[in-house]
Design a protein. Structure first.
Length: 127
């Protein structure tokens, strides 16, 4: 079985030039089916309210569907705002959030180990 990567956008605009498919393959490994949705505040607020009972838009959500299948929703609007506040490029912040979500799909929880894996991936991919 070959990995599948599906990208959908629900908003207008250009995506930052991040190798999302290659990052996913590197982190999630072969045979992983990933649906990646780039969205804005409205959809992300609905998802965050429904699944996390938080009534505000968040930057990224990941949903493991099975051992080798999952979904990532990236709120590009919030990512743009955060990048500006944090004095980062949109490209590097989007890459960080995508890596973060992929690690959640791999079963990692927030903490020192996950932070070390994030830093390693960012360095490896030149972010």
């Amino acid at each position: 079985m070959e990995e599948a990567f599906e990208l959908r956008k629900t908003i207008r605009g250009t995506l930052p030039r991040v190798p999302f498919k290659e990052l996913a393959a590197d982190i999630l490994g072969p045979n992983y089916n990933l649906s990646f949705v780039v969205t804005g505040d409205a959809l992300m607020k609905r998802l965050n309210t429904e699944y996390r009972n938080k009534k505000c838009p968040t930057n990224v959500l990941s949903f493991p569907l099975s051992y080798n299948e999952g979904e990532i929703f990236l709120n590009l609007r919030k990512t743009e705002r955060e990048a500006q506040i944090q004095k980062k490029t949109l490209k590097s912040h989007a890459a960080f959030l995508f890596i973060h979500a992929c690690l959640h799909l791999k079963g990692h929880d927030h903490g020192p180990k996950m932070e070390a894996l994030e830093k390693l991936a960012l360095k490896k991919w030149g972010f």
